[in-house]
Design a protein around this ligand. Sequence first.
Ligand code: FAD
Length: 392
Amino acid sequence: MSTTLDTDICIIGGGVAGLWLNARLRKAGYHTVLIERGALGGGQSVKSQGIIHGGIKYALGGKLNAATEAIADMPNRWRQCLAGEGELDLSGVRVLSQHHYLWSPGSLISNLAGFFASKALRGRVDQIKGKALPTVFNNPGFKGKVYQLGELVLDVPDVIQRLAELSGDSLISDNNPHILRDDNGEIAGIQLTGTRVRASRYVLTAGEGTEGLLQDWGVSEPAMQRRPLQMVLVKGPDLPPLYAHCLGASPKPRLTVTTHPCEDGQWCWYLGGDLAEQGVNQAPDQLIDQARRELRELLPWIDLSACQWTTLPVNRAEPAQSGLVRPDNAYVQACHNALISWPTKLALAPNLSDLVMQELTRQQVTSTGHPPLPPDLPRPRVAAPLWDACFQ
Ligand code: FAD
């Protein structure tokens, strides 16, 4: 026998997008249920580099485009939340770095004259020198230039933990939620083991899993695309903090490095950028060799001899675009009594929640008041940090 739970909004998928939205809806007075089939944040979110970027890396081509405009606001929005003054109270969440940096290893900066000439970048990119340099560049061997960006880097597992706390009793764990469809093609409910959830609106925030949910429902649009990456992880006892895009000859960063704390007190450099895009078709050992060569060339004074290395194949899930171009905003599409969404970037989770709230207002979906969820429902756990899971 199945019990039925009624709610205003049922969210499927507990990554950063679903959890942020859930917390905002609850704050706005909606009754919500969020269903997660694995661990909270365990999809792309805890595999991300945690950079709350304002679009600078997309401006490297020399001119600002829609992508840079859409996310320019996000670092401030997150900073307000971290200060306890924003739409969600994220005070206490660990900030790994107050700044992300751009670093040019040599004379390449001349190729980016258009980028630095852009008026829109004034006040958002500052060259730094001498004592202001991050310690990793404080070596006589370093001949490049470093620019400080108005972007920050967060400890994503900590963000997810805080968002889970803000979810109160609204989270349910079920390893195989099934969409029930009525004769009009609308979602009639979500069938879980022993429980059916019925809502005024359903929001799909299941990342890569949204594709399967749409198939389950029998809906073919919007289509999803995957952008595969193979990230490299380097763990060592003495790695200095490094949060930076290394510029290459193309508008895409040659390497993007973030640094994360491990449970055993060591630090992990997480390497993305062009290395991870180009590394998709390489065997892990081959990619690790390439990463070693890159770091030896770029930062030869850093001793990596005691480090452990591994790689992580992972997909970014986004709405389908022609030519696998990068979508430039959070994406929300209404379909029957559901909203289908992908944030496209961790940084854009607030933007996704804006779009959903606007759509609910437009559709005049209001809170109707439902009782609290029963206390004995299975609750999802928060995903373990990648740096602890990947080296085991
Ligand atoms: P996810 O985090 O994937 O969450 C989806 C959740 O839904 C998962 O918990 C999953 O278990 C659950 N789920 C799936 N199917 C079902 C189902 N059928 N039923 C119930 N639950 C289901 N963005 C940035 O802004 N900055 C960065 O530095 C950055 N770095 C990145 C680095 C990498 C390597 C990758 C892959 C992405 C990066 N991103 C970054 C992008 C960012 O991680 C994603 O855009 C964002 O995390 C997506 O969040 P989400 O909540 O939509 O999806």
